[in-house]
Write a protein that binds this ligand. Structure first.
Ligand code: NAD
Length: 268
């Protein structure tokens, strides 16, 4: 089995990654950079997001495993002191995996009318600063609302606990095949009106936005990256054909993870 160990630049992650690579080689695994069967990330959720984008061209083949050098994350099931257990699980690997939906973001640029597709694991946001973002929002070709405010956040189910949650979106069980649109500080008064809450659309629906004016001051983000700013004519959001797969050696109940991350010690 070909394994990539992908880490962030934090000193602890560098150390843990070197240790893990040595343990893997001892057990006869090929530790490689290109064409891996499994990518093990060492760091945090952000490290897994970076690894996802690095290997996004081969999602049909690769499975991910996350090792966290801090507290448990949403994409990281293993702690840095559990390397021996992880290597043991890899030795008994029989291709077990769990996969989750991704977001396809099709951006039509106004300067040359080209369409570029981006793939998001967490979310894509569109914001305008300092002016108000103005855009019509269509759901499956029907006008839904005219949005005015700071911006919009469209997230995957696994991304629902990230930025989406900070802007009032719901937490979705990642086994659902759906995407969510959440507002970022919408303007609501007698003149301008939006729904004012997040919506979840199903897998056969799509969302189109048409930012006005087609200016350069719109900023788009895809997970932790910001594609080069260009005037945008339209963006179509839908569930991607691709999915992300995780090697599943242990199961953590999704709602326990949510409770652990956001609520912590319960009071009785
Ligand atoms: P970062 O280092 O600022 O991390 C932000 C936090 O988000 C970290 O605690 C990370 O563990 C957590 N996180 C990432 N993905 C998560 C997920 N799916 N569920 C729950 N928590 C998650 O930035 P980064 O590491 O580069 O991560 C980029 C992500 O940060 C973006 O995809 C976005 O979701 C999030 N973000 C959130 C806000 C906000 O909540 N206001 C603002 C910007 C970015």
């Amino acid at each position: 089995m070909r394994i990539t160990v992908f880490h962030n630049s934090n000193a602890k992650s560098v150390h843990v990654a070197a240790n893990l690579a040595a343990k893997l080689r001892q057990q006869g695994f090929s530790v490689v950079k290109d064409n891996p069967d499994i990518v093990i990330t060492v760091g945090g959720d952000g490290t897994l997001l970076s690894a996802f984008h690095e290997y996004a061209h081969m999602l049909d083949k690769v499975r991910f495993v996350g090792v966290h050098t801090g507290h448990l994350g949403f994409y990281t099931d293993w702690r840095d002191y559990e390397l021996d257990e992880l290597v043991e699980s890899l030795r008994h690997d029989d291709n077990q995996k769990i996969s989750y939906p991704l977001l396809d973001v099709g951006v039509r640029y106004a300067d040359d009318n080209s369409t570029v597709h981006y793939l998001a694991l967490n979310e894509a946001t569109l914001k305008r600063f300092p002016a108000t973002m103005v855009t019509d929002v269509y759901i499956s070709d029907e006008l839904f609302e005219s949005f005015r405010g700071d911006g919009l956040c469209v997230s995957t189910p696994t991304g629902s606990t990230a930025y989406n949650k900070s802007v009032g979106g719901a937490v979705l069980n990642p086994q659902l095949e759906a995407i969510q649109l959440a507002e970022i500080a919408s303007i609501n008064n007698r003149v301008f009106r939006t729904l004012g809450s997040a919506i979840v659309i199903s897998k056969d629906e799509w969302i189109d936005v048409y930012p006005e004016p087609r200016a350069m001051d719109y900023e788009m983000t895809v997970d932790r990256f910001a594609p080069k700013q260009r005037p945008i004519k339209a963006i179509r959001y839908r569930i991607a054909k691709e999915r992300i797969s995780f090697a599943r050696y242990r199961h953590m109940h999704f709602w326990n993870r949510v409770e652990d991350a956001f609520i912590g010690e319960k009071q009785h």
